[in-house]
Design a protein around this ligand. Structure first.
Ligand code: GLU
Length: 445
């Protein structure tokens, strides 16, 4: 790392002790930015990096709620409003027991660059809670969401901060959150949340967008080597919203997706995953993958273990951060891997990324490859602002154009900075320069 940047990085780490995922995300971005500072000394003079690493505002709050037996629980709520240079803070809410400030800050930091890459007018933020939705009834989820919004509502708004979903927050939770926001504020403010239901201000394609976008990005990477998804053998991690739609899109392009996972293990289905069955089990019944193997002839379930032990030519990590390490990367490569596109946020460890890049594998980092979700959230905001709703075809077309645009911008930026084919460099520099220019233009704020 460039020594000028290393000094800033060390200060950031010391000022934010114990937040290891945030440290990782900052380090990974800084490693790409040396050459930009050679060309743009004004970024150093304006202390852009120091400012960028300090969130504009961080909110931590108590979320009390009662379970169905009347017992009181207390969780912690977060919203980190990281950067508003390009637009209102934008980013999801994650409900998962692993959530703490370091996770929210890594996600918010990544979101700044991701959102910049989309070309849409959105800043970066993220939030969530250490609440564990697993096993909770609809009524418990509703009470939790209402309590969460009873504090959050005062911090968000169409022109201020626009939350959406992430792990543990889907259409059901956005519905409860929106209802409570409307009740407290007495405003039908569609643009305050994205990922809404289609009959009350949501956008078609938003549920599919992250997974579809990841596959579109991977397809563009494959094209640069004269290849496509047709005939590829694909391994996916996760089995939530992102994974399901990535599987569907990859198979629509002629690939066979042979495996996906959940926290208890993974399934292998050599005939290609039956997306309708997977979606029924995971999204409708909120069940486990063991169910899939039980109902699908020819499929098997492996308890525990790593889905990356399954051989494939394309890997799409769509589960969570740091789920694919250097050993898994080496194993995938020895099994014939040619490309990786990250549907999740920071699923590959830093050593996994180096292993992929040293081996010349096509590697699409999350902040570029999974930007289709938030980009379509911005399309939802556009529809809300104009009180309009677009067709599936039109919205999907816009998503495709955005993903191809992100791919091409990352590739061109990597070329410009002497790192052809390096999408990590392209994404980090491409996102950073846009935000840095806007920050300098807006003065010392
Ligand atoms: N949580 C998603 C992400 O990581 C989507 C955020 C949004 O739509 O605002 O980008």
């Amino acid at each position: 790392m460039d020594s000028r940047l290393e000094a800033v990085r060390d200060t950031v780490l010391a000022r934010n002790p114990g937040e290891k995922e945030f440290h990782q995300a900052v380090t990974e971005v800084f490693e790409s930015l040396g050459p930009v500072h050679d060309r743009h000394p004004e970024f150093l003079e304006g202390a852009v990096l120091e400012r960028l690493c300090e969130p504009e505002r961080q909110i931590i709050f108590r979320v009390p709620w009662t379970d169905d037996a009347g017992r009181v629980h207390v969780n912690r709520g977060f919203r980190v409003e990281f950067n508003s240079a390009l637009g209102p803070y934008k980013g999801g809410l994650r409900f998962h027991p692993s959530v703490y400030l370091g996770i929210v800050k890594f996600l918010g930091f990544e979101q700044i660059f991701k959102n910049a890459l989309t070309g849409m007018p959105i800043g970066g933020g993220k939030g969530g809670s250490d609440f564990d939705p697993r096993g909770r009834s609809d009524a418990e989820i509703m009470r939790f969401c209402q309590s969460f919004m009873t504090e959050l509502y005062r911090h968000i708004g169409e022109y201020t901060d626009v939350p959406a979903g992430d792990i543990g927050v889907g259409g059901r939770e956005i519905g409860y959150l929106f209802g409570q926001y409307k009740r407290i504020t007495n405003r039908y403010e569609s643009g305050v949340l994205t990922g809404k239901g289609i009959s009350w201000g949501g956008s078609l394609v938003r549920p599919e967008a992250t997974g579809y976008g990841t596959v579109i990005f991977a397809q563009e990477m494959l094209k640069t080597r004269g290849q496509s998804f047709d005939g590829q053998r694909v391994v996916v991690s996760g089995s939530g919203n992102v994974a399901i739609h990535a599987i569907a899109k990859a198979q629509s392009l002629g690939a066979t997706v042979v495996a996906c996972s959940d926290s208890a293990g993974y399934i292998v289905d050599e005939a290609g995953i039956d997306v309708a069955l997977l979606s029924q089990i995971k999204e409708v019944e909120r069940g486990r993958l063991t169910e899939y193997a039980a109902r699908r002839p020819g499929a098997s379930h492996v308890a525990g273990g790593s889905v990356w032990d399954v051989n494939g030519t394309v890997a799409l990590p769509c589960a969570t951060q740091n789920e694919l390490d250097g050993d898994a990367a080496a194993k995938l490569i020895s099994n014939g891997l040619i490309a990786v596109a990250e549907g999740a946020n920071m699923p590959s460890t830093r050593s996994a990324v180096s292993v992929f890049q040293d081996a010349g594998i096509l590697f699409g980092p999350g902040k570029a490859a999974n930007a289709g979700g938030v980009a379509t959230s911005a399309l939802e905001m556009q529809q809300n602002a104009s009180r309009d709703s677009w067709s599936f075809e039109h919205t999907e077309q816009r998503l495709t154009e955005i993903m191809v645009g992100i791919h091409d911008r990352c590739a061109a930026t990597a070329d410009e900075y002497g790192a052809p084919g390096n999408y990590v460099v392209g994404a980090n520099i491409g996102g950073f320069v846009k935000v840095a220019d806007a920050m300098l233009a807006q003065g010392l704020i």
